[in-house]
Write a protein that binds this ligand. Structure first.
Ligand SMILES: Nc1ncnc2c1ncn2[C@@H]1O[C@H](COP(=O)(O)OP(=O)(O)O)[C@@H](O)[C@H]1O
Ligand SMILES: [Mg+2]
Length: 1078
């Protein structure tokens, strides 16, 4: 954040109008506009604050802002209302000067807001504590209450104060608030009964109807609907951005904080309700016998409700609206009221009721916020009074208001000039007279006791006879015609006779702020402010505590026949007191300006602002300020600000500040007439000089900035360098240390390694020796132990039981074996090799041996059996064995041959004489001789033949004759074919190409086929020169008959074929043999 040390820093336009160059109305307004556009709404003229209404909320009223402005000199920061408030508060607290803050400006220019900012600032900066906070809170909360009852929406301002307010805040010597006193001025009570177009009645009426609970409204006999009430204007009943209901809650809350009792609040609301009810009363004429009309109330319901609310007897009030009692001396005369008079009376009552209620509220608040101590108090007054008003139609109220503003302007002129003068005297500077417009002459026109306008009006009102507004105007025309600020058509001053902008029933006054045309209509009435006594008496009779207090003149015991004071008189008196009061205080001015008529932000209407600047006399104000010396500043801050412009004063000036400034100015060669030395301040005549100084300062600041920059950069570089250097040393030191450390650690660890190796080697050597030694010792011990053991065991073995087990075991086994073998011997099976029996094994563990024994036994038995055989028998068995090898399981005939011994010679060839010859033909010993059938190829029938087999050949001979039919050497035989079945067919096949083959193969049949073939085969096997004869076993084979080959096929026989084997020729090539199945 930028730090400000002077108002002159970062100014937008100029912050103080005194510095404007050149000074003209245009530059003045241009400066205001420029600042306004930058949201700089405050500008100074010396110590006066000009405030432009921004018509939008600005972030310049925060707690931080309060802190910023707190205890700072007036010109130190940008212009702000807080600077003024701070100045006023501090001079009150520290210099014991009573202060007043005068806030002036048009309606809607921001006066009330300004007064609130001042109060909240003072509240924020003054002391704290429970009691103090309570007082502060009460003072602040009096605002919403008064605003609700005294403010209304007007065309100029949605929250326009319709009363003047002056509030004295009282402080103790420490500056803590003690309490306050509020004075109110002239409430615009005509608003209660009638509002101009686009405006509203006082806020409270709308707030009550919108915000009160249904229950409260019922109690007050009110209806929420605005349109039910004559006194409420409807065309602008709601205001944009204004929440009446919420405001009502705020007001109730504020009343509670300020200290209103619940029943007091209720009474106040009842009165407000009564005013509304009163507005609804309507009258009708009723003819009387004397020819006059008398007024009567049309609808008595509202009257009844109102009387109930206020506790008034209905008939009394009703009568008061129909009759009027006039008392003169000791006489009482009662006259009737016509309808118009009744309405007049009704409105007068409403206005009075409301304005008295308002005054009562102010008093009640004062009671609450009254300072509790009697000790001396310091006072800060805040005046927020209605501004200068110029309407199309200006009446008595505007006249009074403008008079008040006229008076304020007067004291403004007086006080500013006085203050200026006093400062010059204080500072010992020569005073030069200043020309300015003094509005005292206008004040005199209005308030002069003899021929002032107010005095004329009072005179008219008191004058017996018919008094009207016109007679009053006539009077003015005659008395004031000569006055240079008074204008009227009827005045003898011919200047205005032809002025058509000035109607006949009007007069015009040239106020300091402009010309204002006043319509005289109503002046007399309003000044009289007449309330018929019957009404005030009726009110006094009410059974309602508050109403009774408000109408003390109704008390019959205190009948005062004197006319009541006129409004004008009262006002003049109170303004007089106010002025006196203000004159005793140190004034602080806030001049409010509204930038446009539209209540809009960002719009700046030159003509409107220009008008306000003119009538507020701001230009004059500046001129007065600049007449002598435009700018002044205490020596210390001045020297502090410009000391860099001169070598002697820079950077420090040792002597008094004044001398420093003198040296400085001399050095800068400022012309002597441009400044004057006061006691504590230097006075500069021309803003130009100040700007010259400022410019120089700016340049110097630039140079200084460069210098500072240069030195700072140098310093920064050097510090950086030094730091680098230092760091380098540190780094180097650290690095060296680190390197050394590392080296040392290397050496150390190497030493350790070497050491450890040596130690290890030594240790291992020692260990080996020790181990060896130990092993030797152990070996000796072991050997001796074993030796001893052996010795002992040897000696003691016989005593050991441990050996018994094995012996017992061996013995048992022996016994078992013995028993086993003995048993086996007894139960041995027969010696027959075919006996399959074998005793059961007695023990499982003997299983293998038992079987082995059985096998051995069997082999032995067989051997024994074989050894009994004779050579002959042996040969027979060998033959049988061979037969078995050849045919077992191959030919079905075989089993039947097993039981029959192979006899060989079945025909007893040697013995039978028939075969003597045959026998002799055969050279070798006949191995086999039997009768076989030779199968005929042609029919399949067999022819018996004797079959002889020797070692070398086989012979076929006729059975009967013994004649050799065929003799075939066995060498010519190639193979034998037989069937698998139980038939006896066999074919002897001859080697192709052999001598015997010419006749073809032999197909024979014999019951002893097995024997024949076996023998044939054995011969082949035994002879060395011949190959064995092949034996084909198959159910189908070929037989070579001379040329042809015939197939012999064996088929199972059917019962049809009989039980024997039958051979049939099927065709030339097939012989079919049917074999019955066994
Ligand atoms: N400083 C301000 N910041 C914001 N709005 C402001 C300021 N001053 C005035 N106003 C606006 O202008 C309106 C009229 O101001 P107010 O103080 O009631 O005028 P006055 O009392 O002069 O008639 C206010 O209701 C508010 O909206
Ligand atoms: Mg106001």
């Amino acid at each position: 954040m930028e730090v400000k040390t002077s108002l002159l820093d970062n100014m937008i336009g100029v912050g103080d109008m005194v510095l404007i160059e050149p000074l003209s109305e245009d530059t003045f307004i241009e400066n205001l506009r420029k600042r306004f556009e930058h949201n700089e709404i405050y500008t100074y003229i010396g110590s006066v604050v000009i405030s432009m209404n921004p018509y939008k909320s600005l972030p310049i009223y925060t707690a931080e802002k309060v802190e910023e402005y707190r205890n700072r000199n007036f010109y130190e920061l940008s212009p702000h209302i807080y600077a003024l408030a701070d100045e006023a508060y501090r001079s009150l607290r520290d210099q014991d000067k009573d202060q007043c803050i005068l806030i002036t400006g048009e309606s809607g220019a921001g006066k009330t807001e300004a007064s609130k900012f001042v109060m909240s600032y003072v509240a924020a900066v003054c002391g704290k504590g429970q009691e103090v906070n309570k007082v502060k809170e009460q003072l602040l909360q009096s605002n919403p209450v008064l605003e609700a009852f005294g403010n209304a929406k007007t065309v100029r301002n949605d929250n326009s104060s319709r009363f003047g307010k002056y509030m004295d805040i009282e402080f103790d010597f420490k500056g803590d608030p003690l309490g306050g006193v509020i004075s109110n001025y002239l409430l615009e009570k005509s608003r209660v009964v009638k509002q101009p177009r686009g405006e509203r009645n006082f806020h409270i009426f709308y707030q009550l109807l919108s915000g009160a609970s249904d229950d409260t409204l019922k109690k007050l006999k009110l209806d929420r609907d605005f349109s039910k009430y004559n006194y409420l204007s409807l065309d602008s009943a709601t205001v944009n951005g204004l929440d009446d209901a919420a405001c009502f809650r705020t007001v109730r809350n504020a009343m509670q904080i300020v200290g209103f009792m619940e029943d007091e609040v209720q009474s106040v609301l009842e009165l407000v309700a009564a005013v509304l009810k009163l507005g609804n009363l309507e009258f009708k004429p009723e003819s009387r016998c004397n020819g006059f009309d008398e007024s009567r109330i049309k609808d008595k319901n509202d009257l009844k409700e109102m009387c109930e609310l206020l506790g008034i007897e209905q008939s009394v009030l009703e009568r008061a609206f129909s009759f009027r009692t006039v008392e003169a001396k000791m006489e009482k005369v009662s006259t009737t009221l016509n309808v118009a008079q009744a309405y007049y009376a009704r409105d007068a009552l409403a206005k009075n009721l409301y304005s008295r209620l308002f005054s009562w509220l102010v008093n009640r608040i004062n009671e609450s916020i009254k300072a509790q101590t009697k000790s001396r108090k310091k006072v800060m007054g805040v005046l927020d009074i209605y501004g200068f008003e110029i309407f199309e139609d200006n009446s008595f109220e505007q006249f009074i208001i403008n008079y008040c503003n006229e008076k304020l302007q007067q004291i403004f002129i007086e006080l500013t000039l006085r203050e200026e003068q006093e400062e010059y005297i204080r500072e010992g500077i020569e005073w030069t007279n200043i020309e300015y417009f003094n509005n005292a002459i206008i004040c005199d026109l209005i308030e002069n006791n003899k021929n002032g306008i107010l005095a004329m009006l009072d005179e008219e009102c008191l004058r017996p006879g018919t008094v009207t507004d016109e007679t009053f105007l006539d009077k003015l025309n005659t008395v004031c015609a000569e006055h240079q600020h008074f204008e009227s058509r009827q005045s003898k001053n011919s200047k205005f006779l032809t002025d058509h902008s000035l109607p006949h029933n009007c007069f015009r006054i040239q106020h300091y702020a402009g010309k204002v045309l006043y319509r005289v209509e109503g002046f007399v009435d309003k000044n009289n402010d007449l309330l018929y006594r019957d009404l005030s008496q009726a009110m006094y009779k009410a059974n309602h505590s508050l109403i009774k207090i408000l109408f003390p003149e109704g008390n019959p015991a205190k009948v005062n026949l004197k006319r009541p004071l006129t409004a004008g008189f009262q006002f003049r008196a109170s303004v007089g007191t106010l002025m006196k009061n203000l004159l005793t205080k140190n004034p602080n001015y806030i001049r409010c300006i509204k930038p446009n008529d539209k209540k809009a932000a960002h719009i700046f209407t030159d003509s409107l602002v220009c008008h306000q600047v003119r009538y507020l006399g701001l230009m004059e104000n500046v001129r007065v300020r600049r007449a002598g010396y435009a700018f002044r500043q205490a020596y210390e801050p001045c020297l502090e600000r410009y000391k860099m412009l001169c070598k002697q004063t820079w950077p420090h000036w040792k002597g008094p500040a004044r001398e420093g400034v003198e040296v400085l100015l001399k050095n800068l060669q400022v012309p002597a007439e441009e400044f004057a030395y006061g006691r504590s301040k230097i006075f500069i005549r021309n803003p130009r000089t100040l700007f010259f100084l400022e410019e120089k300062r700016r340049q110097c600041l630039e140079d200084l900035a460069t210098l500072i920059q240069k030195i700072y950069r140098g310093w920064k570089c050097r510090t950086h360098f030094l730091l680098l250097k230092k760091s380098q040393v540190v780094v180097a030191a650290w690095y060296r240390r680190f390197a050394q450390q590392k080296k040392y650690q290397n050496i150390r660890s190497s030493a350790l390694v070497v050491q450890s190796y040596i130690r290890g080697w030594k240790a291992r050597k020692l260990l080996r020796e020790l181990k060896h030694k130990k092993r030797c010792e152990e070996a000796v011990t072991t050997i001796s132990a074993y030796w001893h053991g052996t010795q002992v065991r040897r000696e003691y073995r016989k005593f050991f039981r441990a050996n018994a087990g094995k012996k017992i075991y061996d013995f048992t086994i022996q016994r078992i074996m013995q028993k086993y073998f003995m048993g086996l011997k007894k139960t041995m099976p027969s010696m027959s090799p075919v006996d399959k029996s074998w005793p059961a094994r007695p023990y499982g563990f003997l299983d293998g041996m038992h079987q082995e024994l059985r096998r051995i036994f069997h082999l032995w038995r067989c051997k024994k059996y074989r050894s009994q055989f004779t050579e002959e028998k042996k040969a027979t068995y060998e033959e049988k064995l061979a037969a078995s090898e050849l045919f077992k399981d191959k030919k079905a005939l075989y089993p039947s041959s097993v039981g029959q011994p192979f006899k060989g010679d079945y025909v007893e060839i040697t013995k039978n004489p028939k075969y003597q010859k045959l026998n002799s033909l055969v050279e070798d010993k006949v191995l086999l001789a039997d009768v076989v059938s030779k199968i005929n190829r042609a029919n399949g029938k067999g022819a018996p033949r004797i079959f002889l087999l020797t070692k070398k050949s086989l012979v076929l001979a006729d059975q009967k004759t013994g004649q050799v039919k065929a003799s075939v050497p066995l060498l010519d035989l190639s193979s034998v074919s037989v069937s698998t079945q139980s038939d006896g067919f066999f074919a002897l096949k001859l080697k192709e190409g052999s001598t015997s083959a010419a006749k073809g193969d032999f197909l024979l049949s014999s019951d002893r086929l097995i024997e024949i073939i076996t023998k044939l085969h054995r011969i082949g096997a035994a002879s060395a020169e011949r190959n064995q004869i092949n034996i084909d076993i198959s159910d189908e084979f070929l037989v070579q008959f001379k040329q042809d080959k015939v197939c012999v096929k064996f088929i199972p026989g059917t019962p049809k074929n009989g039980n024997g084997v039958a051979c049939k020729r099927k065709n030339n090539r097939l012989l079919e043999v049917s074999v019955p199945s066994p």
